[in-house]
Write a new protein. Structure first.
Length: 375
């Protein structure tokens, strides 16, 4: 039997996690949190301005009607997170995504591709894009006086994790991200890439070793009760890694297939896949956090996702959670992070869901008294 490429990285952790869940099952009903992290690249595959604009317009036309057709256990629509690449910035494209964010069905976070340009270049690009999204487009949010953002690394190469340092070049990237205001990383899993972490199906802290690459390879799992205060109050804990489900699936196949929570034209959502995500996704106590990912601008994916694929996802989630009698909540990546923080403080993440989980935008900040921003 031939296993997927680079299974030696993640298979031991996957088997260990399966054994632990089998020997120590959660007691009582579960709650399910679902977020979609799109590596949203309008200019991918050499697209020109016209094609990139058409790709974003397609989402602007179709996503709102899909989102408004579904509701979670709190009566809220799905909220899609667009991780937009800094190097593909165009104001009019971000404005279209900001409109969906203001409607409560979208959010924008930061994605970047770089390849050995150095620390100064990385910091300048990231900080400049962060400021532009916040001040020009009223996106992201401020907390404790700092603009905060979620992050996905292009080409999976977080913290210089690919052989030869390709597509990164910074062994101290996790430290830099923390200093820049990154609240959590959503890059993992990447499955058959050598960048894949050995820690799988966990929400965990990655503590940087600035002298070595791939510091997120292993880390301390996040647990309920871990926090005495704010989730980001102690940078020494490390960068929070919110990973998606990773495992081996067999249904309908003679050979195993890697399941990494990707929704794509070649691998659309199904009831069976939802069952696997519920079984494998990171858990904190009785809460399951399913972070899926896609590359939604490519036509081979957008044509499938926007004409039935995303509807199939939400219908399968509703059906399976209904069958198990588990409440489920559609959240942005920022909202998922906030729910994790509430659980870490042993608070109810569902209480006051709307007010607590709404992103704090520049508009809200500008209207706050004395220039203070409140969550």
């Amino acid at each position: 039997m031939k296993l997927p490429r680079h299974a030696e990285l993640w298979l031991p952790g996957y088997l260990r996690d399966r054994f632990e869940r089998w020997t120590s099952p959660a007691a009582g009903p579960m709650r399910v949190w679902l977020a979609i992290a799109d590596h949203y690249e309008p200019f991918v595959d050499g697209a020109d301005e016209k094609m990139a604009t058409e790709r974003v317009e397609l989402w602007s036309r179709n996503w709102p009607s899909i989102a408004e057709s579904y509701r979670d256990s709190a009566g809220r629509p799905p909220c899609y997170t667009f991780f937009y690449p800094q190097e593909q910035y165009r104001p009019h494209l971000i404005d279209a995504l900001a409109e969906m964010t203001r409607a409560g069905i979208g959010d924008v976070e930061i994605h970047i591709h770089h390849d050995g340009e150095g620390e100064r270049d990385f910091v300048d690009r990231m900080s400049g894009f962060r400021e532009t999204l916040f001040h020009k487009h009223e996106l992201l949010r401020k907390h404790q006086g700092q603009i905060r953002f979620g992050f996905i690394h292009g080409n999976w190469a977080l913290d210089n994790s690919l052989p030869g340092g390709r597509y990164c070049g910074l062994n101290n990237e996790i430290t830099l991200l923390q200093q820049l205001g990154c609240y959590a990383d959503f890059t993992m899993p990447c499955g058959n890439s050598p960048a894949q972490a050995r820690t799988v199906n966990q929400i965990y802290w990655a503590v940087d070793d600035p002298a070595k690459p791939k510091s997120y390879d292993r880390g301390k799992s996040f647990r309920a009760g871990d926090l005495a205060g704010d989730l980001a109050a102690d940078p020494a804990k490390g960068l929070l890694m919110i990973s998606g489900p990773l495992g081996i699936r067999w249904a309908g196949r003679f050979v195993p297939r890697i399941e990494k929570g990707e929704i794509a034209g070649y691998d659309l959502p199904s009831r069976y896949r939802v069952q696997r995500w519920l079984d494998w996704a990171p858990r904190v106590g009785n809460d399951i956090f399913i972070k899926l990912f896609t590359h939604g601008t490519q036509e081979r994916n957008s044509s499938a996702l926007l004409t039935g694929g995303l509807s199939a996802l939400f219908e399968a989630v509703e059906a399976e959670c209904g069958h198990r009698q588990w409440p489920f909540f559609y959240v942005s990546c920022w909202q998922m992070y906030q729910a994790i923080g509430a659980i870490g403080r042993r608070e109810d993440p569902v209480a006051g869901l709307t007010s607590r989980l709404e992103p704090v935008t520049y508009r809200a900040a500008s209207q706050a008294q004395n220039g203070k921003v409140h969550e």
